[in-house]
Design a protein around this ligand. Structure first.
Ligand code: A3P
Length: 325
C-alpha cells in the first residue's frame, strides 16, 4: 500500500477536494461511532438548547439579560473579545473548533432542568450560520427578534456613531442609507451593514431551509420594550422551561431610563448600560420615505412568512402594509 506522509497527504487531499477545506462540525453525540471516540471526560450535554440569533439592535441585550435571570436558564460565559456574545457560527471562531465553543458553556446545575443558551446578534443575517447551527444542533430552538427595519437601521447607525465609527461620524443617516453605487467604498459598506440585516424575509427563508417553523420563535421588539412580562411568558412556554417565572415581580419600568429594568433583591432597579436605549434625533422625512420604499417588498413578503409562524402581525408591519397599498 502506497501513501504520502501524513502532512503531505493532507495537502494532497485538500488539493483534490477543495470544497472540504472549510469544516462543518457535526455533533459527536449524534452518531454512535463518533460518540464512542468522544473522550470520556467530555459530556454530551454541554451544548446550548436555544440560541438568540438577533439581528443587532432589536433588543437582544435586554432579552439576554431577562433570560439570564431565570433560575433554570444559564447563559454562556463572556468572551474577552466580544463580551456576552460568543460569535462562533458566523466568524473565524468557527475554525477554532468544537472544544473552543464548548468551553463557553457552564455545567448544568440540574441536568434535566437547566437550559443553556447563547445570543449572538450577528447570526441572523449570516449566509453560513443556519446551516452550521443545524448541522451541529439539529434540535436547538432559535429565537429571532423583529422590529421596523427602518428604525433598526437608525438605531444601528447611532450605535456606530456611539462607538466612534469615523464614516458614521462624518455622515448623516440620510447620506448613509441613500449612498449610491459611485459613493466611496467605506460609505457603501456602512450602508450595506446598516440596511442588509433588515431584509427580514430573505434571512428568515434561509433559516426555514434548515429549521421547521415550530423550532423558531419570533419576538416582536416593540412588545419586548413595552410589555416584557408578556413576552417572557410566551417565550417560557416555547422553551418549555420549569419553573415558570413570573417576570411581573422581577421587571419594573424605570421612568428615567424609559425602559423596563431588572428589580434587584434590595428593591432597586438595574437597567442596561448607557449604550442601550440612548437618545438620538428622530429619522428625517426623506430617509423615512426612502426606507419605506426600500423595505416595501421585503415587508410584504415578511407578512406572508409570519403566517407560517405562530405570530400575529406586529403593529409596525400592519402600518407599513397600509402605506404600501
Ligand atoms: P436604542 O439604543 O437604539 O434605543 P441590542 O441590545 O440588540 O443592541 O438592542 C438595543 C436596543 O434595545 C435599544 O436600541 C433599545 O431600544 C432596545 N431595548 C428594548 N428593551 C430594552 C430595555 N429594557 N433596556 C434598554 N434597551 C432596550
Amino acid at each position: 500500500l502506497l501513501s504520502l506522509p501524513p502532512v503531505e497527504l493532507g495537502f494532497k487531499y485538500f488539493e483534490m477536494f477543495p470544497q472540504d477545506k472549510e469544516p462543518l462540525w457535526t455533533n459527536p453525540c449524534e452518531y454512535y461511532r463518533h460518540k464512542d471516540l468522544w473522550p470520556v471526560n467530555k459530556t454530551c450535554d454541554g451544548l446550548p438548547d436555544f440560541i438568540v440569533v438577533g439581528p443587532q439592535k432589536t433588543g437582544t441585550t435586554a432579552l439576554y439579560s431577562f433570560l439570564s435571570q431565570h433560575p433554570s436558564i444559564l447563559s454562556n460565559k463572556p468572551s474577552p473579545q466580544t463580551y456576552e456574545e460568543i460569535q462562533f457560527f458566523n466568524s473565524h471562531n468557527y475554525f477554532r473548533g468544537l472544544d473552543w465553543y464548548l468551553d463557553f458553556f457552564p455545567q448544568r446545575e440540574k441536568p434535566n432542568r437547566t437550559l443553556l443558551f447563547e445570543k449572538s446578534a450577528n447570526y441572523f443575517d449570516s449566509e453560513v450560520v443556519p446551516k452550521r447551527i443545524a448541522t451541529l444542533l439539529p434540535r436547538v430552538k432559535i429565537i429571532v427578534l423583529l422590529m421596523n427595519p427602518a428604525k433598526r437601521a437608525l438605531s444601528w447607525f447611532h450605535h456606530m456613531r456611539y462607538h466612534n465609527d469615523p464614516t458614521a461620524l462624518n455622515s448623516t443617516f440620510r447620506e448613509v442609507v441613500t449612498a449610491s453605487g459611485d459613493a466611496p467604498s467605506k460609505l457603501k459598506n456602512l450602508r450595506n451593514r446598516c440596511l442588509q440585516p433588515g431584509l427580514y424575509s430573505q434571512h428568515l427563508v434561509r433559516w426555514l431551509d434548515y429549521f421547521p417553523s415550530k423550532q423558531i420563535h419570533i419576538v416582536h421588539s416593540d412588545e419586548l420594550k413595552n410589555d416584557p412580562v408578556q413576552v417572557m411568558d410566551s417565550l417560557q412556554k416555547f422553551l418549555n422551561v420549569q419553573p415558570h417565572r413570573n417576570y411581573a415581580q422581577h421587571l419594573r419600568y424605570d421612568p428615567k431610563k424609559g425602559f423596563y429594568c431588572s428589580v434587584m433583591s434590595d428593591g432597586q432597579t438595574k437597567c442596561l448600560g448607557q449604550s442601550k436605549g440612548h437618545k438620538y434625533p428622530a429619522m428625517d422625512a426623506e430617509s423615512e420615505r426612502y426606507l419605506r420604499l426600500y423595505y416595501r417588498k421585503h415587508n410584504i413578503n415578511l407578512s406572508k412568512l409570519l403566517a407560517s409562524f405562530d405570530s400575529e402581525l406586529p403593529e409596525w408591519l400592519k402600518y407599513e402594509l397600509k402605506q404600501a397599498d
